[in-house]
Design a protein around this ligand. Structure first.
Ligand SMILES: Nc1ncnc2c1ncn2[C@@H]1O[C@H](COP(=O)(O)OP(=O)(O)OP(=O)(O)O)[C@@H](O)[C@H]1O
Ligand SMILES: [Mg+2]
Length: 325
């Protein structure tokens, strides 16, 4: 029994995630020091058609990394700065009168990579418009649906500090994100190397040097190859037990959803390809389980008071499940 129909392998040169990573990394390196884990998470998301939430304190290159990646991928890229006065239509588009006729003018969401910057600074209505686009792959304006381009990847950023005037994303909507990546500080050597990068004033002067090294066709080929990655029933059962274990933990009020299991399987397959394999091992699952599940768990207030974190809960769930060999 296999969990996916075997898809035809794309021709050599198309769809190799490892080769794509090497090329993308060489470009992104020109402007970003370190942050490989974040970059890998973004590549995993691209290769399964999922969306990523980047969380980190100001100034750790969330925006810079997303911009550099989008450039390197060679696909259409838009950035939307989320503000308190942003309306859903500022994102999705509006009907405008053109030569006496109502015509749809697409908003910035009609792109391949959308950088949704500081998503928690906009009120829930506009957040909901984005999350709906992410879920449906289309937007509806005035009763008419408009399909989004393929691939469509949202890279949303948010600050973990809940300042006044921020609107934390509702937990239920966080489940739409494939992964949540905590972007941390670079180590000292990395931060020192960063100072050596070329700057124009305070801005990196080399973002224009980042060359497109992929494209829509290659990203689709990668996705097809990832889809064709094999998963044994044993490994699928292991993955599912981990997901289900999150629902039994005393520290957790709401555990991971069935959607989380689907997402975890997809990310594990991509992780296998990133490791140069065409089958998933339990190690692939454990390598991606934390960023894939952490944002979907709602902890009990007592656990939060004890500074227990979602990452701890994921680790506990993993420990509860014997690894198949
Ligand atoms: N790892 C890094 N490599 C290279 N430059 C970096 C790195 N981290 C920070 N910088 C520098 O810091 C600047 C700020 O980065 P960026 O605007 O991407 O941060 P951010 O995480 O999006 O912050 P905010 O939350 O305020 O939006 C960059 O333009 C760059 O000069
Ligand atoms: Mg930013």
């Amino acid at each position: 029994m296999s969990y996916e129909p075997p898809a035809p392998e794309p021709s050599p040169g198309g769809g190799d995630l490892l080769a794509l990573r090497a090329r993308v990394l060489a470009e992104v390196r020109k402007v970003v020091v370190g942050q490989e884990a974040t970059l890998d998470a973004l590549l995993l998301a691209v290769s399964v058609g999922g969306h990523v939430l980047l969380e980190g304190v100001p100034g750790v290159a969330k925006t810079l990394l997303a911009s550099a990646l989008a450039r390197a991928l060679g696909v259409d890229f838009r950035r939307a700065q989320f503000t308190p006065d942003m309306l859903p239509s500022d994102l999705t588009g509006t009907l405008t009168l053109r030569a006496g006729e109502l015509a749809f003018r697409p908003g910035p969401v009609f792109t391949n990579v959308l950088l949704a910057d500081e998503i928690n600074r906009t009120p829930p209505k506009t957040q909901a418009a984005l999350l709906e686009a992410m879920q449906e792959g289309q937007v509806t304006v005035d009763g008419e649906s408009h399909p989004l381009p393929d691939p469509f990847l949202v890279v949303a950023t948010q600050n973990p500090i809940e300042y006044e005037g921020t609107y934390p994303l509702p937990e239920a909507q966080l489940d739409r994100f494939l992964m949540k990546v905590d972007v941390g500080y670079p180590d000292e050597a990395g931060e020192f190397a960063m100072l050596g990068l070329a700057h124009r004033g305070t801005a990196p002067s080399t973002l224009d040097d980042v060359q497109p090294v992929a494209g829509v066709a290659e990203l689709r080929a990668v996705r097809a190859l990832v889809d064709a990655t094999r998963v044994t029933p044993e490994v699928a059962a292991y993955l599912l037990r981990v997901v289900r274990a999150t629902r039994e933990l005393p520290s957790v009020a709401v555990g991971a959803s069935p959607r989380a299991a689907v997402h975890l399987l997809a990310v594990s397959k991509a992780a296998a390809r990133l490791a140069g394999r065409d089958f998933v091992t339990p190690d692939d699952v454990s390598a991606v389980v934390t960023p894939t599940l952490r944002h979907r768990l709602v902890l009990r207030p007592e656990a939060e008071l004890e500074r227990f974190r979602p990452d701890d809960a994921v680790a506990n769930a993993v420990q509860l499940v014997p690894v198949p060999r």
